[in-house]
Design a protein around this ligand. Structure first.
Ligand SMILES: [Zn+2]
Length: 342
């Protein structure tokens, strides 16, 4: 049972998963997940695995669909416990219960940048409503990924094919792979937003900060928008907006008003959090990342820039509450995912 199916339908599912995983506007790092239901088995992406490696690595884990569903119905603390089939040592995605709950054969869950630009706003539901008109869709306000989110979807999203998750992303369900991709592309097109152009980094002044604190330049220069676009910086100072940002970049931004203050900003951050900041935003100058920052952290910085450049200036945002941030950081399953992604 643990052997991955070898047939054109499963291959098409794997290929779509890899395609979606290779699109930074849909999936970043180990975020996002896909699943297919066949013969009573839910094949779901394993926790910590990258969707973009779907065609080169065994990233899907089979679970007993009926048992997971029964566990959800019984409100078990962990409906996926003991449901992995065939001796797989992979751990099913934290969103497995959500995939199991939905009736569709194919379920695609993405952290869509275009969607997030609306989903992080207090009036996100109204903003997407116009654009999704005519589709069978529902809005589900922010809940912690995992069972709390699954329960909210169960209560609010019966009979729909598209779910807009506040401060989180999109879920699309369909009868087969082709229909799933069509629907997701349609939703993406409806929600598309053109990003602002951002000024680039001030290389000379950024070098001063590098010398002072030992952080390094990011691989992707696009992330400098977070420090160089005044509105991005104001939003970044305001808080965090979706779960994976917290998982990979922590619960608040470390901001220095100028290069000479970068070391002080890091010390202040360390006084409040158990680990140092993965990055420092130097206002009007650019972004630096910790020497050991994993690729996942840099992908999440790019995602943050991509989202915030799609939010118009001075818009109110619905930041995650302190309690919501805390429950993400203390959560064992998320810790596992973070370490697995390194
Ligand atoms: Zn998610």
């Amino acid at each position: 049972m643990a052997n991955t199916p070898q047939d054109p339908a499963f291959d098409a599912f794997v290929a779509l998963s890899a395609r979606l995983g290779a699109e930074p506007l849909l999936v970043q790092a180990a975020g996002g997940n896909t699943s297919v239901k066949r013969d009573g088995v839910l094949w779901i992406k394993a926790s910590g695995k990258l969707l973009r490696t779907a065609t080169t690595e065994a990233i899907f884990v089979p679970v007993d669909l009926a048992r997971v569903r029964a566990g959800i119905a019984q409100d078990l603390a962990d409906p996926t416990a003991g449901t992995v089939l065939g001796g797989s040592t992979l751990r099913p995605s934290i969103e497995t219960t959500l995939h199991a709950l939905l009736p569709h054969a194919v379920v695609l869950h993405v952290h869509s940048v275009n969607a997030l630009a609306a989903l992080v706003r207090p009036d996100g539901e109204a903003r997407v409503a116009d654009r999704l008109a005519g589709l069978r869709w529902a809005w589900v306000g922010y809940r912690r990924p995992g069972l709390p989110l699954t329960r909210a979807v169960r209560a609010a999203a019966a009979g729909v094919d598209v779910i807009a998750l506040g401060n989180h992303g999109l879920v699309v369900g369909a009868a087969d792979v082709a229909a799933g991709e069509r629907l997701l592309r349609d939703v993406e097109a409806r929600l598309a937003v053109a990003p602002r152009r951002a000024a680039g980094a001030d290389a000379a002044r950024l070098a001063q900060a590098v010398a002072a604190i030992g952080y390094r330049l990011p691989q992707d220069p696009a992330v400098h928008a977070l420090a160089c676009d005044p509105d991005c910086l104001a939003y970044a100072r305001g808080g965090v907006l979706y779960p994976d940002h917290v998982v990979f970049l922590g619960g608040e931004a470390c901001v220095a008003d100028e290069p000479a203050q970068a070391a002080r900003a890091i010390a202040d951050y360390r006084a409040r959090w158990p680990v140092g900041p993965a990055c420092v935003l130097v206002a009007g100058v650019g972004v630096l990342v910790a020497a050991d920052a994993p690729a996942a952290a840099e992908e999440m910085l790019r995602c943050q820039a991509d989202v915030l450049l799609r939010v118009p200036p001075a818009a109110p945002l619905r930041f995650l509450a302190t309690t919501e941030v805390a429950e993400l950081l203390d959560w064992d399953a998320e810790k596992f995912r973070r370490s697995a992604a390194h």
